[in-house]
Design a protein around this ligand. Sequence first.
Ligand code: SAH
Length: 507
Amino acid sequence: MSGFGKVYLIGAGPGDPGLLTLRGKEIIEKADVVVYDRLVSPAILGFCNPKAKMVDVGKMPTHHKVKQSEINKLLVQFAGEFPGGVIARLKGGDPFVFGRGGEEALELVAAGVEFEVVPGITSAISVPAYAGIPVSHRGIATSFHIITGHEKAESGDSLSLDFDALAHCPGTLIFLMGIANMDFIAKRLMECGKDPKTPLAFIEKGTTPYQRTVMATLETAGETIVSENVTAPAITIMGGVVELGKSLAWKKNLPLSGKRLVVTRAAKQASGITARLTALGAEVIETPMIETRDVIPAHSAGSGQAPAGISSPDLNALANFDILAFTSTNGVESFFKQLLASGRDIRELAGKKIASVGKITEKKLLEYGIRCDYVPEDHTGEGLGKLLASLPADYSRILLLQGNLADDTLLKLLPQATRWVVYETLPVAELPEWKREAVAGADAVVFASTSAVENFVKMTDARPQTSFCIGRMTEAAARKHGFETVTSDETTMDSLVKKITEYFYLA
Ligand code: SAH
């Protein structure tokens, strides 16, 4: 065994996170180091082990951020720094299709570092597929050719391509990295005899929420790039198959297509809203501002100096309560986790009344087999407090199951109640660089709590113009920090998602 870690050359696919392979995901979830390129989408970086060292070697189109020779050396260096570890080298598309993966692998071999190649879905075929263009088609194209449009010869006007051969090649021609040189490439192909009417498509940012297809012909290629402002990353596909794209373009323009939204919920709660916004076409950057931690029941936890009525959970005392009131899904999850961990189960709650502040918490309780007896019409702490205060006296022994940051609205309205702090909310310490960059380019941010707003402004200078808020307190906090606010009518995700869709649809 060498004293090295193992390097994985992983293809991240063309952009859509769903096009990362299972193997690729498996590796980046456990990687110690992730060395990634510019074309790797934030959603895929979001799959990486949160503890991984994230190294951006992304190349900007104009200047190389980190030279290829340095990247090669870096991989060997990290393999040395993490003996037995996992070093993920994450690249757009496939690592061996114009990805310089071969060069990196050679350097690893030379240094005696073990490696594995995890192929990715190359943009060359997947981007056309997302534009409804099959790269081969019976009767139209019996071969396809993937060509770099980037390899510029040092002097003069020619690329190091065999234009004569390409012009006479009957298959589909697919150019990567070719936008800047396409005017020249098209002219040379025509000079060598390729039909000027050959259909051609530029597909920009394919498979991402920003995908755009622009159709042209060989003779209008150059002018179309200028008039339509086609920009990299884009592929150019030429040949009869391009016509099929007119009937087969299947990717719909969705209400949130082309919008980047930051979701600031804690990681385990974010997935629901993320899935919905993604399905509506948005690019979602999950950026939890807080993380929650269960408070361990009794004995060990609690400083003993908590204010009157507030304590850490003591499950032995459950019998003393008639009503259990929940004000968050976190509270529900932490409570039941502790209940089960202690060897008890929901029979412990037999005969008790259950209250919830709103519909989301009510739904979460249902997942545990518990139906709520009381949910206020007004989904606020005040609404819940008033409702519980109005109950007959035999329901007076109330237990509030809340987080450490819950305000004292309920305790004030229900002075006889006991509050257990079943979970703690801690601010996330800092945002990784890639997330800060992703957030900076966002169209809007979603806030579900005042603490999320406060931590967001502390952690980043990015101020997306619009904020979508759940709850009036959250709205007030966002306004205070200068965000334009759009607040959901109800405190449900459905209501919020509806608001977001309407906002962008009507904008
Ligand atoms: N290894 C990559 C290609 C790297 S070269 C792969 O297999 O896909 C970078 C070029 O790939 C870009 O200039 C562009 O031509 C193309 N490309 C990569 N992702 C793309 C995308 N999402 N949409 C359009 N073109 C893309």
